[in-house]
Write a protein that binds this ligand. Structure first.
Ligand code: NAD
Length: 329
């Protein structure tokens, strides 16, 4: 069995490869041929912690396994990370454990890749200006994937904690920037999104993160952050006026994120107009059809992506001699 660290994963795979696996996995998910049950949560009350268990089986990738995520907010007091995560990947033909993989980097890369794939299908072909709202743990990989999807020339970053936006801008400049690309730390969300072609929100916000009337025509929005009914990153005016409203998984999208649940409960959003990105991958539904459309992708996360991306990481790590072999017997 192979033990794969975060650094091994970063050496093993590129964002472009992860995006290709995510694209195929969305198709497999929407075809109904994989098994990706709802996650199980356990509460560790003594320490105000939560453990999340997210299993999945992908026949196409010949992989099954589980991601275990621990969220312990009290860790901040001890200088420890609040969220830690580990994946166990098994071989679907034999059941044998193939790898143990640090899970945080799998989450970040697959979530970035999810926005990248959606952008590829839904943003205008000539989209060049990106606005990113929320400069936390996921943000760098969101931008990395958008740069794979389109030849971006300008990135604007906004966070309510300006120091985070500044730190992300420095990281992007040192690791991602290509010739003549402009990196701007915006002083308001409105400045950030005005005139942008692609907007990604990846925050923990409970209220809309940018004003609806600041949007340019033909913009594409990736809503990546909210996952509970009281979380809302995108104004319902934007959601209700979208020409295409696409989600990663209908079951959770209609029940979990406030961005959709709030306008649905008010009777302002008809659920029939919403469809899965996997249906676009399968050729059953349309991607963007013209340059004027307002397109929105809302993601709440699909555990199947963790498993298929873990399989890719495992294969590439084996090919490149990365990771540590451990004999369990
Ligand atoms: N869709 C998915 O598959 C997926 C995967 C991973 C994480 N997430 C979710 O994405 C969100 C962000 O994750 P993270 O790990 O980057 O979190 P994080 O806590 O590291 O960062 C969130 C950032 O958002 C900023 N923020 C909060 N409200 C804001 C607002 N109104 N305007 C601008 N900035 C604001 C915070 O200051 C912080 O920097 C979380 O809600 C997380 O659960 C979704």
């Amino acid at each position: 069995m192979l033990v794969i660290s975060q650094q091994d994963t970063l050496k093993a795979v590129s964002m472009a490869e992860v995006m290709e696996v995510v694209r195929k996995t969305y198709g497999e998910y929407s075809a109904g041929s994989a098994d990706s049950p709802l996650r199980t949560a356990i509460s560790i009350e003594e320490h105000e912690g939560v453990g999340l268990f997210m299993p999945a089986f992908s026949p196409e990738a010949e992989a099954y396994g589980v991601k275990v995520v621990s969220v312990f907010p009290g860790n901040v007091k001890h200088g420890l990370p609040t969220t830690t995560s580990l994946m166990v990947l098994n071989n679907a033909s034999t059941g044998e454990p193939e790898a143990i993989i640090e899970g945080g980097i799998v989450t970040k890369m697959r979530t970035g890749a999810a926005a990248g794939v959606a952008t590829d299908y839904l943003a205008r072909k000539d989209a060049r200006i990106v606005a990113l709202i929320g400069a936390g743990g996921q943000a760098f990989y969101q931008l990395e994937a958008l740069l794979v999807a389109r030849p971006v020339v300008e990135i604007r970053i906004y966070d309510i904690e300006k120091s985070r936006a500044e730190a992300l801008a420095e990281e992007v400049k040192s690791k991602l920037v290509k010739d003549n690309m402009k990196i701007i730390v915006s002083s308001s969300a409105e400045d950030c999104v005005r005139g942008a072609d692609i907007i990604t929100t990846v925050t923990t916000s409970n209220t809309p993160t940018f004003p609806a009337d600041a949007l340019a025509q033909g913009v594409h929005i990736n809503g990546m952050g909210s996952f509970t009914p009281d979380m809302q990153e995108i104004d319902e005016k934007v959601i209700c006026s979208a020409d295409k409203l696409v989600v990663d998984a209908l079951e959770s999208a209609l029940a979990e994120p406030g961005d959709l649940v709030i306008p649905i409960n008010k009777g302002r959003l008809q659920t029939e107009v919403i469809y899965e990105i996997g249906e676009i991958v399968l050729g059953k539904k349309s991607a963007r059809e013209n340059d004027n459309e307002l397109t929105v992708f809302k993601s709440t996360g699909v555990a199947l992506l963790d498993i298929t991306c873990a399989k890719l990481i495992y294969k590439r790590a084996l090919e490149k001699g990365l990771g540590q072999q451990v004999d369990l017997l």
